[in-house]
Design a protein around this ligand. Structure first.
Ligand SMILES: *[C@@H]1O[C@H](CO)[C@@H](O)[C@H](O)[C@H]1NC(C)=O
Length: 354
């Protein structure tokens, strides 16, 4: 009863090749389809294709499997978790379990384990989530010759922001862009993150790198210099660019932080160096751009005072639009990269909690 059923489908087609009019031969196509009577012996499923967490949080990526009940226990059954790279072209090892043998890899070491809710549970728990953990994970169960997989996305709550350094516009190749985001407490945003930000109203007329190596920009109010006035709103795509040679801005992504972001109350305005020292005297550091965006987006931080940030830029976060601050929209206002010796601004500090 367990035997394979074999269907042989003969399809007869007549070759009508007009260039070869002499030959009027018939050609036979034989296609063979194998169907197992009881369906697949191993199935791997998830009840949640997307899990949402935040930096510093925990997440459980659900994955369960079902084996052929007739097959006995398999001590060699393997559960393997990998993560797809941002361009989805490769996989990196996350975790493997075979019986009592368990192993976690790289930056997942010590942060991942199986949930272990019964014999058929392959769900993975990730602790102390980092920005780099964002992405797609593959749960694979290998049971002898049978093999099943399912993909689960780990999404993070957070904020996307466009970034360019003091050097100016369109100065970053892909590797510079990765470093620029890292230096500002962020990572390069994914397309999905930029798309969500666009749906949330982000409009930015400068092209920036995304984590898959493409260069895009989000437009909600179509206009002439941003892809044309009579076009539909959308994320404009330049496609994949040369990661070494091409230079653009970047879209960074940051998520919740474990610490305190604040405007330093200080008598008088400061130069950049004075701002660095003033935060240090307060047991803190000059805040990073990603921290200001995160405080603005996730905590509703609002302060109408331009202040130095670690990259030498001057910005201020407005979540309640008002005259003289940001009249039309809630946004992080950018006052440029002024001369560091100008004694004209305050300081935003960040105090980490560990
Ligand atoms: C994450 O899990 C660890 C270990 O179970 C727990 O101590 C910690 O409180 C959890 N963190 C959060 C944010 O829930």
């Amino acid at each position: 009863m367990n035997a394979l059923l074999l269907f042989a489908l003969f399809s007869l087609s007549i070759a009508q090749n007009f260039e070869d009019a002499y030959s009027d031969l018939e050609s036979y196509n034989l296609r063979t389809i194998y169907i197992t009577e009881n369906g697949p012996k191993l199935s791997v499923v998830t009840d949640q294709a997307k899990v949402i967490s935040r930096r510093g949080g925990n997440a459980t990526l659900p994955c369960r499997f079902q084996r052929d009940p007739a097959a006995g226990p398999n001590p060699k059954l393997r559960i393997k978790w990998t993560k797809l790279t941002a361009d989805y072209l490769k996989e990196v090892d996350v975790f493997v379990a075979m019986g009592y043998h368990k192993r976690s890899y790289g930056r997942f070491h010590g942060r991942v384990h199986l949930q272990g809710d019964g014999d058929s549970d392959a769900s993975l728990v990730i602790n102390d989530i980092t920005l780099e953990d964002y992405g797609r994970y593959k749960c694979e169960v290998i049971d002898g010759l049978e093999d099943g997989t399912v993909v689960i996305s780990l999404d993070l709550q957070g904020v996307v922001y466009p970034y360019f350094p003091r050097l100016g516009r369109y100065n970053l190749n892909f590797h510079d862009a990765e470093k620029a985001c890292q230096d500002q407490d962020a990572v390069v945003a994914s397309f999905d993150q930029l798309y969500d930000a666009w749906r949330g109203g982000l409009d930015w007329c400068n092209a920036g790198w995304l984590s898959d190596g493409s260069v895009q920009y989000p437009i909600t109010k179509p206009r002439e210099p941003c892809g044309g006035k009579n076009t539909v709103p959308g994320v404009r795509n330049y496609g994949k660019r040369d990661k070494d040679k091409n230079r653009y801005d970047v879209f960074c992504f940051s998520s919740n932080f474990n610490g305190q972001f604040y405007y330093l109350i200080h008598p008088g305005k400061l130069t950049y160096d004075e701002a660095v020292q003033a935060c240090q005297r307060d047991g803190a550091q000059l805040a990073k751009v990603g921290q200001m965006y995160t405080a603005w987006k996730l905590l509703g931080y609002d302060r109408c005072d331009a202040g130095w940030l670690a990259d030498g830029s001057v910005r201020y976060p407005i979540s309640r639009p008002r005259r003289r601050c940001s009249p039309d929209e809630a946004s992080v206002r950018f006052s440029g990269y002024p001369d560091r010796k100008h004694k004209l601004y305050g300081a935003y500090c960040f105090k980490g909690h560990n």
